[in-house]
Design a binder for this molecule. Sequence first.
Ligand code: TXA
Ligand code: MG
Length: 318
Amino acid sequence: MSAEPATRVLTAGARASEDGARVLAAGGLVAFPTETVYGLGADASNGQAIARLYAAKGRPQFNPLIAHVLDLAAASELAAFNAAAQLLAEKFWPGPLTLVLPKLAKCSVADLATAGLDTVALRVPAHPVARELLARFGKPIVAPSANRSGHVSPTTAAHVLGDLRGRIDLIVDGGATPVGLESTIVSCAGAPTLLRPGALPRETIERTLKASLAEAAPRDRPDAPGMLASHYAPRARLRLNASGVQAGETLLGFGPAADAALNLSQRGDLIEAAANLFSHLRALDAKGATVIAVMPIPREGLGEAINDRLERAAAPRS
Ligand code: TXA
Ligand code: MG
């Protein structure tokens, strides 16, 4: 892992957005206010930046992230909008509503950010500081709440600094966030379903849809530990901590490995391995692997989340 960055704090304004956009383009991490809570932003298309983001938050698991964009047109480049999604987006964006939608093939959001899922969570924030950063950067920004894993969501720059000092590059201080509660998350991948209650009341959404929102099964709620049911599962079986490859197996390497079909990180780097995890599993699935033998991954830093994900994928399925 790289040396600790010194965390700069800049008051919101043109210079801070310009700086923020530059840091994001270089793969760095920038905290910024939205109308709900402060988000910790990274370039949505940069897998290694996203791996660093998980490391900074100390996430024990790779929960999928929300991609923030400037408007519905930008969102339509990433995901498929059905009639309900279109209606909700037109009515409530910009604002504290996140839509979970089927990913388009051309979706630029990295596999690690969507935890390998076929869906992507999208939000158009209303906060002027978030919008200015998005406009300067010109591309989608993934941003979970800017707190250490397990802590409450931050509503001031001081909260962010308290949690993430020395772990991120820049905090854009735009004062206290007006809402203070996270966005409401609705899936429109099928029948509209409430995944997380939040700043936009359910009744308001239902009035617009002229229909009730379905209730997510407890195991499908985003904040459920591990979100097991909605995680990507490879078709192939997995054999973990493999020291070598056996007949009929395909080897997923970590570190030097001559006979690996794919390697998570030839140089044994956990950030690089995290960035490659979901895309490599998908690629081996697509090649028709029946058993993927995975070399041991050390359980330090991001290795904990990588092993957590692999263990879930290796667990017997019904
Ligand atoms: O107000 C907010 O939504 C803030 C600001 C920064 O935008 N962000 C936020 O992000 O609360 P986070 O990462 O703390 O919560 C996002 C939730 C996670 O629980 C995640 O599991 C869920 O969204 N999520 C993301 N993508 C998903 C997907 N494709 N399917 C289901 N749930 C998803
Ligand atoms: Mg959060």
